[in-house]
Design a protein around this ligand. Structure first.
Ligand SMILES: Nc1ncnc2c1ncn2[C@@H]1O[C@H](COP(=O)(O)OP(=O)(O)OP(=O)(O)O)[C@@H](O)[C@H]1O
Length: 278
């Protein structure tokens, strides 16, 4: 049982829903988010299961970032409930909230590393915020994270401005993994990377899922990632999750946006390549 789930039991809130083998790690129910008169999300439902890589996709401006920020507690919702690691953060006390924060890693779209800190220091930011560890141990832990994301050890002493785009993404991922989260939220992780760099990053995400049992919630426009890395895809449209399922389900969907996105020219080419290499 997850530490945060255990804590939520102790606090009397509902345990994480268990659906057979599939434990729901993030549950959104009936979520509505508006800014003034403008409703962005309305009665949205979404489940994310432990250990899966969920690709979250949708047209530009449909509210993918708004949902991500709402899940992370950075945006207010008008109604609905969101449970992360079995905890409804709206009703959680500070201790429980902190426990959930510690088990949640985030990689924002532009990496968002602190430019004045080295990679090693960047990775240590969450450790300093949440843990009270001796500097030597923090150095060791940060070096382990550098290995984990496939960066060379000498990257640790470099500043973000000295790194390539792919290395920045990996360093930001290492920071997101600093506290051994149960779930990581990745916002457009492969944007700005060349196709080889993007494919390498997808492979890394899959390896981390396989080896650490990590759950990955990935907002992406990258069809290659959706085809090759994601176990399940959720499509945002009309202020809610329009369709969710495997890539095969997306390829069969008659929903117009899904059809044009997943059966467009570029998608057909990727599908063909994937089938040829399978
Ligand atoms: N703080 C805010 N105040 C007012 N409107 C906002 C705010 N944040 C987002 N919006 C609006 O919510 C809508 C959804 O924006 P969001 O950034 O979530 O889209 P998105 O699906 O992530 O788009 P993209 O794929 O282009 O990044 C947009 O119309 C945006 O202007």
């Amino acid at each position: 049982m997850d530490a945060t789930t255990q804590q939520s039991h102790q606090n009397g809130s509902a345990p994480a829903h268990q659906g057979g083998e599939r434990e729901v790690i993030l549950e959104a129910r009936d979520v509505t988010v508006s800014f003034g008169e403008k409703t962005i999300l309305e009665n949205l439902d979404l489940d994310v299961y432990r250990g899966e890589i969920l690709g979250f996709v949708g047209g530009s401006g449909t509210g993918k970032s708004v949902l991500l920020r709402t899940v992370l507690g950075l945006n207010k919702k008008q109604s609905g409930t969101i449970k992360l690691l079995g905890v409804d953060l709206d009703g959680a006390d500070d201790r429980t909230r902190m426990a959930v924060d510690m088990r949640t890693g985030v990689l924002f779209q532009h990496g968002a590393l602190f430019s004045a800190l080295t990679v090693l220091e960047n990775i240590q930011v969450p450790m300093r915020e949440y843990l009270d560890l001796p500097p030597k141990l923090m150095d060791e832990l940060a070096r382990l994270k550098i290995d984990l994301v496939g960066l060379p050890q000498d990257a640790g002493t470099k500043f973000p401005s000295e790194l390539s785009g792919g290395m920045i993404k990996r360093a930001a991922l290492a920071r997101a993994l600093a506290l051994d989260p149960a779930i990581v939220f990745l916002d457009e992780p492969t944007s700005g990377l060349d196709p080889i760099g993007a494919a390498d990053f997808d492979d890394l995400v899959k390896t981390l899922r396989d080896t650490l049992g990590l759950t990955v919630y990935m907002v992406t426009h990258d069809l290659d990632s959706l085809f090759s890395a994601c176990d399940r895809i959720a499509v945002l449209g009309k202020k809610r999750v329009l369709v969710d399922g495997t890539i095969e389900d997306m390829l069969k969907s008659e929903e117009p946006w899904v059809k044009s996105y997943f059966r467009g020219k570029r998608a057909r080419q990727i599908d063909l390549e994937a089938r040829e290499t399978a």
